[in-house]
Design a protein around this ligand. Structure first.
Ligand SMILES: Cc1ncc(COP(=O)(O)O)c(C=O)c1O
Length: 435
């Protein structure tokens, strides 16, 4: 449980920069500090806090988002809280004073502090965490980092992320490896069935598995630990695509037991855009090639994956501010709130026979991402309608086996915004889309 000072610090309330962004007058600030200190009491459960609108009202004020629209695509990339944006700008301005000194000599070494904090949050050693630009970079380090020869098979589902599929397809064209993909149920509420599907599709030529921790199309959370442990017995490494998982719902490395993990920090951690995490178990680092060449003496050093040439220090350092914000709210409270928001809109729309949810609402299988279909309505046309008529941003999903809208609220989303989304959807459910 958090204490009052930590929580207020996390929201950035006392700093001049945050005050400017939040436009708070001293009296209003004093009131919100009072309120936050009441709310940050140690007694309420995450689920109780999740439904306390006055608590979330204060959190909503930490963002400078455009309230003339309703952004329900926080899966792609998220806005950062003002305090993170402020830190980013501060680091960027200082970098520019004399970059060879201020950026390289002063700021760059500070990333070691961020590495330590990220490792602590993920539950591993700092010597197992590399800071990258996004999940794509982390995953491609993993996907290209294994030596494979013609005829070797890599296995994944037909719901994995297109760029990661493209990566293996390029290896097919270049090196003659073979990509195998299989279908999984939507939604999937039986862990053993998922593990069996991976196992049944392994052949004597399978050299590598790629799996999602949470699938971007439906928000389905998969049983990573069980798949990893099954594959480990067969000597097959598993790359875990956790692009949407870190700082979204509460878990640590111990819950996964994986050797390779990738996540984007500009999604659910709300860190600056262009930040990602790569985890490689310590004794696996030597064998895994970096994407950009590193000297031999770095063979066993996780930092070999960061040898990318000149890059800004600001993004990476402001990850620390995003972590402080995240930890000030608390991972469990955040997870409970995100799930509360999903249930809020989903349960209202599920009142209608025409509505199908391609996401399980059981807590172990989803959190803030869910896929909803209105039968008989094309999701692309519906997304266009929601934007043009209501300024609501959603993501249309068309997969060979299912289709719908992906809806992803975030901490700054208000219930009034979800009400307006549901009103607009109900209108279409009743009347259809005007020609
Ligand atoms: C499952 C999955 N993997 C990888 C990525 C790539 O993430 P990024 O664009 O941050 O590199 C995404 C992006 O949405 C994703 O959903």
């Amino acid at each position: 449980m958090i204490r009052r000072r930590q929580f207020l610090g996390a929201l950035g309330m006392p700093t001049a920069g945050a005050l400017a962004y939040l436009s708070m007058q001293p009296r209003a600030l004093a009131r919100s500090i009072e309120r936050l200190s009441e709310l940050a009491g140690d007694t309420a459960s995450p689920e109780e806090v999740a439904a306390d609108e006055s608590y979330w009202f204060e959190v909503q004020q930490a963002f400078t988002v455009d309230r003339s629209l309703i952004n329900l695509n926080n899966g792609g990339v998220s806005p950062s809280p003002a305090i993170v944006q402020e830190a980013m700008k501060r680091y960027l301005d200082y970098s520019n004073t004399a970059p060879v000194y201020s950026m390289w000599k002063i700021l760059e070494p500070q990333r070691e502090g961020v590495r330590k904090r990220l490792a602590r949050a993920f539950g591993c050693s700092p010597e197992e965490v590399a800071l990258t630009r996004n999940s794509s970079e982390s995953l491609q380090i993993l996907q290209f980092g294994f030596d494979l020869k013609a005829g070797d098979e890599v296995l994944t589902t037909n719901q994995d992320y297109p760029r990661m599929i493209t990566t293996f397809q390029q290896r097919e064209r270049r090196e003659g490896i073979v990509l195998k993909q299989f279908s999984i149920p939507v939604p999937a509420e039986d862990d053993d069935e998922i593990v069996s599907l991976f196992e049944e599709n392994i052949t004597p030529r399978t050299r590598l598995i790629l799996m999602c921790h949470i699938i971007n199309l439906t928000g389905q959370i998969l049983p990573v630990k069980k798949v990893v442990q099954m594959a480990r017995k067969k000597g097959i490494p598993v790359i875990v695509d956790g692009a949407h998982a870190f700082a979204h719902f509460d878990f640590t490395h111990q819950d996964l037991d994986c050797d390779y993990y990738a996540s984007s920090l500009h999604k659910w951690l709300l860190a600056p855009h262009g930040t990602g995490l790569l985890y490689v178990r310590r004794d696996k680092i030597r064998q895994l090639w970096p994407l950009m060449a590193a000297p031999e003496k770095m063979d066993e050093d996780i930092r070999k994956y960061e040898e990318i040439g000149t890059h800004p220090a600001a993004n990476y350092l402001a990850i620390g501010d995003a972590l402080t914000f995240h930890q000030g709210i608390g991972a469990q409270r955040k997870e409970a709130r995100l799930r509360h928001l999903t249930h809020y809109w989903a349960q209202r729309l599920l009142e209608y026979d025409k509505v199908r949810l391609h996401t399980s609402l059981k807590p172990q299988y989803s959190c803030a991402l869910a896929n909803v279909e209105v039968e008989g309505i094309d999701p692309g046309a519906l997304a266009t309608h929601l934007w043009q008529e209501h300024r609501i941003i959603v993501t249309p999903i068309k997969h060979a086996e299912f289709q719908g809208l992906r809806i992803t609220p975030n901490l700054y989303t208000t219930l009034e915004e979800l009400d307006r989304f549901c009103d607009a959807m109900e209108d279409v459910i009743r009347k259809g889309l005007a020609a």
